[in-house]
Design a protein around this ligand. Structure first.
Ligand SMILES: Nc1ncnc2c1ncn2[C@@H]1O[C@H](COP(=O)(O)OP(=O)(O)O)[C@@H](O)[C@H]1O
Ligand SMILES: [Mg+2]
Length: 225
């Protein structure tokens, strides 16, 4: 695998019991360092399933998923966990923040899991908090934050470790359009600064158009549009 390639998917097929055809059929895809791709498709087309497979949270029927040149299917569960913690960030439609922890503690969670915090990490944390205009909100609990602030905290949490790739599943799904766009643009700027690749799953074409490449999932197949 080329050193610049962060993720490579070969002939991936995935089905679920009870569905008459595979959700994903013979999918091929690769993502380079710093590349930003969108995956669009109607509800139920398999977008979230594809992200779960990329993160090693689901197993395919057949095919290969290589993250940083490691074949996810051959890793032991603890190796997979370490790889996921060190190289991926996640943003979901609903923020998934932990209610009993402050915004800052939530953002610091990836470092707590990794068990170390370097000076680089601290300066990245300041950069991200500043860019997302969260300076005055970091000591608040999730229930004390607005929907937009919660989403900004979850973006901060995903990006402060400067992961190789951020997997974002409908990241602005529960925000109104104007806010969604603004927050998303800041997210893209941060990803550029930290050289993080983005795989964005969305049904929102205007968000998808901000990415450098758009893939479309239709009837279990993926095409570039
Ligand atoms: N764990 C599962 N068990 C059975 N069916 C599932 C499971 N996860 C997803 N599906 C089905 O797979 C299809 C694709 O789902 P999903 O990946 O969530 O689509 P999308 O994110 O594009 O809306 C849907 O028909 C869904 O019902
Ligand atoms: Mg989904």
């Amino acid at each position: 695998m080329n050193k610049q390639t962060k993720l490579k998917i070969n002939q991936l097929t995935k089905s679920f019991p009870g569905l008459d055809q595979p959700v994903l059929n013979n999918i091929n895809l690769s993502v380079k360092a710093g590349e930003k791709i969108a995956i669009t498709g109607v509800s139920g087309s398999g977008k979230s399933t594809l992200l779960h497979l990329m993160a090693g949270l689901e197993k395919p029927d057949s095919g290969q998923i290589k993250l940083l040149d490691k074949d996810l299917m051959t890793l032991e569960p603890n190796e997979l966990c370490i790889l996921r913690n060190n190289s991926l960030g996640f943003i979901y439609q609903f923020h998934h923040l932990m209610p009993d922890f402050t915004a800052l503690e939530n953002m610091m969670m990836p470092f707590i899991i990794r068990g170390k915090l370097t000076d680089t990490h601290s300066s990245q944390l300041s950069l991200v908090v500043k860019k997302l205009a969260l300076e005055n909100r970091i000591n608040h609990y999730p229930h004390e934050l607005s929907g937009g602030e919660r989403q900004r905290v979850s973006i901060a949490r995903a990006i402060i470790t400067s992961p190789d790739i951020i997997l974002a599943d409908e990241p602005t799904g529960n925000l109104d359009n104007k806010n969604a766009n603004k927050v998303f643009d800041i997210f893209l700027e941060l990803a550029d600064e930290l050289k993080t690749s983005i795989i964005l799953v969305t049904h929102d074409i205007s968000l998808a158009k901000k990415m450098s490449k758009i893939y479309n999932l239709v009837q279990s197949k993926i095409t570039v549009s």
